[in-house]
Ligand binder design. Sequence first.
Ligand code: PBE
Length: 270
Amino acid sequence: NPNKALGPQVDYTITGIDAGAGIMNGTNTALDSYGLRDKNWQLQTSSTAAMTSSLGKAVAHHEPIVVTGWVPHWMVSKYNLKFLDDPKGVYGKSEHINTIARKGLKNSDPEAYTVLDRFHWTPDDMAKVMMKVNEGVDPQKAAQEWLAENPDHLKAWTDSVAKVSGKKLTLTYVAWDSEIASTNVVAQTLRDVGYDVTIRPMEIQPLWASVSTGAADAMVSAWLPNTSGKYYDDYKGKFDDLGANLEGARVGLSVPKYMSNINSIEDLKN
Ligand code: PBE
């Protein structure tokens, strides 16, 4: 019922994801900055899978729901979501995703370094791989399929890079849908050059520690400047920042478009 206050209809709850995600920190800040805590709003910790499942149920019944949302992600098109305006700028404007390598990779593995340095794609590209995985395709297979469908990208990233034979390389990532997609695509590209690539999922803090200590070779999961900014600052000077592999990402609070009266985070207070 769009004429009834939203809070009681959703138990004053924002449905979130895993506790370590940057978007959860951002949302806790938003609860304070917008005075939502005083109005009994709370952020529920869960996982991306549990959140998108709740979202799917709410949308099926045309019920209100407020979630932590971001792009690129298939949930936006599948469930027809909109971002709530953030007049206080808690979540920042747009985010980019950077590639971070261990110090010394450039010298020990110039071929891998070159591929990682060149790796760059668009939110649309990433969304296509995510969509395949969401439809049930194994992530490695989805990456292989996408590369076969996008030979120009594979060529641009590997052109005139010398082949190596079975050198070992470890990429770390957090098992968010976006990073499952990007990490598998980069791993597959590096395999094309002859690397024996292992990808290893972990929590966000160990992810940054892994490349900063040299335990892992690289990762392509650095959402910046806000979302992973704390880790970037904590480990600064201990890794090589190869720059953005994707621009035009965004994080914030999202609701289905049918919630026509809710357009700003401020509207949650009414
Ligand atoms: N995310 C997806 C992550 C980064 C990738 C937006 C859920 C986060 O730290 O919030």
